[in-house]
Design a protein around this ligand. Sequence first.
Ligand code: SAM
Length: 327
Amino acid sequence: MEAQNGSWVHEITYLRISITDKCNMKCSYCRPINIDYISHKDMLSYEEIRDIVLVMKDFGLKKVRITGGEPLVRPQVWNLVSLLKATNLESISMTTNGTYLKEYAKLLKEAGLDTINISLDTLDENKFKHVTKSDIKPVLEGIYEASALGFNIKLNTVLIRNFNDSEIIPLVEFAKDVRARIRFIELMPVGKLDFFNKSKIFYNDEVFKLLEKTYGKLTALPPDGSKSAKRFLIESINTEVGFISPISSPFCDGCSKLRLTPEGTIMYCLRTNSGINIKKIIREEGLEAFRKLMPDIIRQKNISNEYIINNDYRFLDCNRAMTSIGG
Ligand code: SAM
């Protein structure tokens, strides 16, 4: 069966690997206040993750992103980076809140990490504390360290109306100063949190208009990696900006991205709870059993894309918190 709109994907090119559900921050839009953490024995080991990646590479996998929770709270994550580097993928990146980068950026660089996405929603220390319940200082120090080491950095900014939407230009200027790219992400209602309310969403077309008004016409750039961001160059300050617009401009059509959770579930999309636990299969039946399942996993991914498109890109049954899936 082929998708009616011709967007049937035949391979999986991109995998987001969440390696822990623990995080040192408590962002209001990401995780519930009380959370039952996964025990260590229930988590995939770094070697198991590498083996999964190797199998998926035979089905088209080119890029992986390590995320969490906060990936840098899991011990010696640079060992995972080294294991993944040895698989010869096109790129290995990580999404982090940056707190521990000052300490670990050099080890990550030496292990072969290509790109770091660092979450930064505000430059105001009080607002930062309000949204994350943590301090901004180590995060900024981590960004400076990663920049000094020559990392390819992207800043991830989730805009919240009447909270940080007044900081769009200062954040772009900060990105320029640390030689980073910046991505504006629309707030998604993932995880049934009290925080969500449609009125808090700040849409990316508003950001785009403000940037053009401030800097002049933006120059469109071709899509990269996961294709979720629409990329532009602000020529006057030579800084790249990206718009990730899951609410106003969903990018599900032809999406070939999967997510792997810390306890070994492959999830087809953030918008639904559907997935398959492959840890049990790998531990009880071996890697070859997983390999045999891959064609069906690709088929399920296509069915999931169709289901979401046919349901107007709604977020359906999303009761798992973002922090436990891996944003
Ligand atoms: N702890 C790491 C960090 O803070 O970057 C990695 C995990 S975090 C879940 C990954 C990304 O998801 C962050 O950039 C975060 O801002 C984003 N995120 C979390 N909840 C979100 C939501 N409800 N809507 C949009 N983005 C969200």
